[in-house]
Design a binder for this molecule. Sequence first.
Ligand code: ARG
Length: 300
Amino acid sequence: MPDSILNTPAEVKAALKAAPERAKITRVLMASPEHFSVETAINPWMKTKSGRLNKVSPKAAIAQWEALKGAYEKIGIGVEVIEAGGKLPDFCFCANQSFPFLDGHSRPAVILSRMKNESRAPEVPYYERWYSQRGWRIHELPKQVSSFEGMGDAIRHPGKRIIFGGIGPRSAENAWPEVAKISDMPVIPVRLTDARFYHLDTCLACLDASTALWIPEAFDDASRERVKAAFSNLIEVGAKDAANFACNAHCPDGKHVILQQGSAETVAELKKRNFRPIEVDTGEFIKSGGSVFCLKLELP
Ligand code: ARG
């Protein structure tokens, strides 16, 4: 499928024009944080300056998770919950184990992830069971794809049936032609260059069909041009807010933007453009390198 990977800005623009609209999301999946902890440092956020693993407060984490769930419900987004399967410390980051989508005939289908790190691989079967119990069509990637971390790196364009595909620490480049083929959606590949922004959802937050938050320095030159071709209104997030996970925001409805509290500059930029920021505290989860976007999965 030579047209499925959009390499030039012109290809991105043409594909966005031609692609059909995608349905708005009405619900998200969240995963119980019952066993959340920091046990293996698999990203640069999980250790203190002196090199020790961060310590989390289970009680505070559960309260933050409940508040995030409440924030979705308050704006009319349904929240489904998957129970914690085993004692898996990263299980609650449910953006990563799968990529759910509607196929060309609007039937629910899912591509299962192939986790980069051993420590997270056992999470996937629990998600597989969740989907199969509900009758979703389940796809696996061919063996030669070494890693693919679901919606950590596969981010749907807010308006059209097109995917942004992160290539970097967690998802391999050769995943994307396969994802495009299975999902029947073209992919805009973007290469991540900064270890702190190891999933695409840590440096790009799509808000509506023309607007996104991003950290330009987290991409290589060619990828930056592709993102610029896709959005006419890009909000650049500065170093301070970037380090506060501002780009791990989630805008489920083109209006409300749920994000980690304390990113004053980003909040002001959002308000200027008539978005409604909703600030939440995900501080315990940031100790593991994740915030709002990572803690939920968009169900198509
Ligand atoms: N500790 C988890 C990991 O490194 C955090 C995952 C955050 N998820 C995300 N979508 N960025 O895998």
